[in-house]
Every structure is written in structure tokens, then in C-alpha cells.
Design a protein around this ligand. Structure first.
Ligand SMILES: *Cc1c(COP(=O)(O)O)cnc(C)c1O
Length: 216
């Protein structure tokens, strides 16, 4: 069997053993890899793929997306407003909604392109200077604005936890924040910590290197 499928199946099994009754979606993060490398997993029937750059994603996925309607593409990287139009055209989910200008721009293109994406609000849970994301104390008003003023379909919160070897405490807090907003999905967990994220209620794990191998 193909090594990528083998690794993917192992991850699926690990998640199932961790939380049998819980539906967790695996986003196969294919950034930097050419489509030939990703193809086995597409042929295997997997639906959710993640990219972090709009231009790379457009070049890589536009044709496949037209052919295979079941594929769901996730934008997981920092999104600039000037790329919002292309992002709305290509992606089904955006995980990096992190400021009002971006939200307004996405809302505008959703209307003109007649699309309705699903969104995660990225939260800067550790209040880190260099990280993007909405600060926790601004989350409520930002969520209400996106939902009620500009009609974005916010399905949950997303984090990239601080790099301090203790992701669990951040996963736990994000799960609590998510519940306080009555949101049902949670985007957290990567190759190194996805089982911890699942333990704390993640419904979308974003896994790259453990499926596709190391990125150069
Ligand atoms: C690259 C990336 C991932 C996947 O990282 P791995 O450690 O390779 O699993 C997940 N989330 C985001 C936001 C990323 O940029």
C-alpha cells in the first residue's frame, strides 16, 4: 500500500481509538507538495485538504476542484484582504478569519460571487505579539459582528497554540470559549499534538507532515 495512505489510515485509527463516538475531520495539509504527491490520497477518496497560500492553492487545485466536486479545500494560513476574492472563489472553509477588514472583504465577495463559505475565527489565545488572531477579550464583539452584521457563517474557533510545550491548556480554553459562543466546530491540532486536541473536542485537525512527510 502507498505510504501516504498507510500513514493516513494510522492517524484515523489513532483518532478513533482516542474518541470512538466523536466525528473528527482530518484536513490533509498539502502545502508545498506538488499534486502528484497528493494524488494517492485524492484517489483514496479523501475530501478535506488544507493550503496556506492562495496563489499556490489556485495553481494546484483549480482544475481538480472542477473535476471532483466532493473535494473540500481549507485555507489555513494568513489571508490578506487583497487575496480574498481568489480565496472565496476556490475555498470551502477559511480558518484564518482574524480582522474586520478581511471579514468585510470576504462578505462582499461572497455576495458578488454567490458563494457561502464556512469560517473559523482564529484566536490569539496566548496574546502573543507576533501571532495573528483575535485577542480573547475582543472575541465576543467580533463574532457578533461577523454573524449578525455581515452574515458570515462562523462554525467555530481556530488556534495555533503558543510554542511552550503545553498545548493542552490552550486546547481546553479554546473548547470552553467555543462552547460559550455555542459554536459546534473547533479547528485545532497538528501532526505533533492532534490527539491532545481531539481529547479537548477538536472536530477539524490539520495534519501535514505526518501524512505527506517532511516539507523541504
Ligand atoms: C502547516 C500547518 C499545519 C500542519 O502542520 P504539520 O505539523 O505538518 O502537521 C497545520 N496548521 C497550520 C495553520 C499550518 O500552517
Amino acid at each position: 500500500m502507498n505510504i501516504i495512505i498507510e500513514r493516513f489510515n494510522k492517524i484515523k485509527l489513532n483518532i478513533f481509538s482516542c474518541k470512538p463516538a466523536h466525528n473528527v475531520n482530518i484536513i490533509a495539509v498539502s502545502k508545498t507538495f506538488p499534486i502528484e504527491h497528493i494524488n494517492p490520497l485524492i484517489e483514496h477518496g479523501h475530501q478535506h485538504f488544507g493550503e496556506n497560500k492562495v496563489q499556490e492553492a489556485v495553481a494546484k487545485w483549480s482544475d481538480i476542484n472542477r473535476e471532483k466536486k466532493n473535494i473540500k479545500l481549507h485555507m489555513i494560513g494568513k489571508l490578506q484582504s487583497n487575496k480574498a476574492k481568489d480565496a472565496v472563489k476556490l475555498f470551502n472553509y477559511i480558518h484564518s478569519l482574524d480582522n474586520q477588514k478581511l471579514a468585510d472583504t470576504l462578505a462582499k465577495y461572497q455576495v458578488s460571487l454567490k458563494k457561502n463559505l464556512k469560517y473559523f475565527i482564529q484566536v490569539n489565545i496566548g496574546n502573543e505579539m507576533q501571532k495573528s488572531g483575535i485577542p480573547v477579550n475582543e472575541l465576543d464583539p467580533f463574532y457578533n459582528y461577523c454573524k449578525n452584521q455581515i452574515n458570515l457563517n462562523i462554525i467555530g474557533l481556530m488556534i495555533i497554540p503558543p510554542n511552550d510545550n503545553n498545548p493542552e491548556k490552550y486546547f481546553k480554553s479554546l473548547n470552553e470559549l467555543n462552547k460559550s459562543l455555542a459554536l459546534k466546530d473547533l479547528s485545532m491540532g497538528m501532526s505533533a499534538d492532534y490527539l491532545k486536541a481531539v481529547k479537548h473536542g477538536s472536530t477539524f485537525v490539520r495534519i501535514g507532515s505526518s501524512i505527506f512527510g517532511l516539507r523541504s
